[in-house]
Design a protein around this ligand. Structure first.
Ligand SMILES: *Cc1c(COP(=O)(O)O)cnc(C)c1O
Length: 425
């Protein structure tokens, strides 16, 4: 089903699991840590990566594999790696590419958890994150790149700043420097945007969001685009020298260099793999991804247009609004819609934000976004409360910012609910 002739709505339903005669039509939950082999040579070949197969669910599992194949097909990549969470997917990507003394160059407008991982945790391993403003000119971003830079990172639609990634700007820099471009495509999903076609090399998802879509299963996914030229690239010695922990394998020589290194080394050493149960739930959810993304986008467009005219709303950020600073980028990269996520500023203080959110009857307050039910959150007092005033400003989060994730309920019902809640502010 990797066939490029199929459109994304067909792939959402059909890609991934191809049963043999008499096998279950949808992938079974293979709840087993280990797998039977009667032939010791076959097992030896598995360990040498000479043959494909499952031997231990810390590295790979058939149910997880079905989801990996589906999302790889949706993104147009060559290999997917299912992870326990979006955060572990990002961590494994850093570990696969970086060593102490290396650095990464990243947009500041990123998910709060990713910001903490980059600014604090990877620093403990001697890896430096260099932040840039997503709207900064290319020269400013280029000045952060040196010969120890291993990748540039950004989100297609930034959570919660709702900034749209300027693919051409970053791709040109990465091509010029022979540098990997890693994109977190969680909020756009491959239904609205396919980063690999726009020049990204690796795509990451928190499948906990739209991909599952029902707030049922935590998970992450790394998709390897498979076309980055590691061979002979002096920036990536770890891909061009034998891996002594894996029988002297040289990853640049393999058809799937990044994906193989990530699984064979980093998944082996961390076990941060998705559970079969969560993979199963995410497969069920992703069947309807194309339908849902259409409804999320249409609902959000109507809500954003309503809020923009409301006297108690100071500003609205939603890239599909013609007044939005990223409208031109949204037209270019998100022609089918900009998804369900928006943010807006309530005229008033933190208390006014709380009063508004507590008055809502449909949308609930949650540390979650991007599922079928509408929800709201006040990042400055919750997800981003560890950040200083300057860090909040750099992440594009005002103290009166409310994040709204428009679900797939009826748009008129949602607007009526917002109307009555704003009436109480
Ligand atoms: C939620 C989220 C993550 C982290 O994913 P988890 O599955 O919660 O670990 C990473 N990136 C973005 C854009 C997210 O929205």
């Amino acid at each position: 089903m990797n066939d490029k002739t199929y459109s994304i709505d067909t792939l959402c339903v059909q890609a991934g699991w191809k049963p043999a005669t008499g096998e279950s039509r949808i992938p079974p939950i293979v709840q087993s840590t280990t797998f039977f082999y009667g032939d010791s040579q076959v097992m030896a070949d598995l360990f040498d990566l000479k043959r494909e197969g499952f031997f231990y669910s810390r590295l790979a599992n058939p149910t997880v594999d079905a989801l990996e194949q589906r999302i790889a097909a949706l993104e147009g990549g060559v290999c997917g790696i299912g992870c326990a969470s979006g955060m572990s997917a990002i961590l494994l990507t850093v570990m696969t590419l970086c060593e102490a003394g290396d650095n990464i160059v990243t947009a500041s407008e990123i998910y709060g958890g990713t910001f903490n991982l980059f600014s604090t945790t990877i620093k403990k391993f001697g890896i430096e994150a260099r932040f840039f403003d997503a709207d900064a000119p290319a020269e400013e971003i280029e000045a952060l790149i040196d010969d120890r830079t291993k990748f540039v990172f950004a989100e297609t639609i930034a959570n919660p700043a709702i900034v749209v990634l300027d693919f051409d700007k970053i791709c040109a820099l990465c091509k010029k420097h022979g540098l990997l471009f890693v994109v977190d495509n969680t909020l756009a999903t491959p239904v609205l945007c396919r980063p690999l076609e726009l020049g990204a090399d690796i795509v990451i998802h928190s499948t906990s969001k739209y991909m599952d879509g029902h707030a049922a299963a935590l998970g992450g996914m790394i998709v390897d685009g498979g076309s980055f030229p590691y061979r002979g690239n002096a920036r990536y010695p770890a891909f061009n020298t034998p891996d002594e922990s894996y029988h002297g394998l040289v990853y640049a020589d393999l058809p799937v260099a990044f994906g193989t290194k990530c699984r064979a080394q980093m998944m082996r050493d961390t076990g941060a793999i998705m559970s079969p149960q969560n993979a199963f739930l995410t497969i069920l959810g992703s069947d309807t991804l194309a339908l849902r993304m259409e409804r999320h986008s249409r609902n959000a467009e109507k809500i954003a247009a309503y809020l923009e005219k409301h006297p108690k709303i100071e500003w609205v950020r939603y890239a599909a609004l013609p007044s939005d600073p990223h409208y031109a980028l949204a037209c270019k990269y998100l022609p089918k819609g900009a998804g369900g996520m928006m943010s807006f500023g309530i005229r008033g203080d933190v208390k006014a934000c709380a009063r508004f959110m507590e008055s809502l009857k449909i949308a609930t307050q949650e540390t979650h976004v991007a599922d079928v039910r509408s929800c709201v959150l006040h990042p400055a007092s919750t997800t981003h409360r560890q950040l200083s005033e300057e860090q909040l400003a750099a992440a594009g989060i005002a103290s009166n910012l409310v994040r709204l994730s428009a679900g797939i309920e009826n748009a008129d019902d949602l607007i009526a609910d917002l109307e009555q809640a704003l009436g109480r502010v």
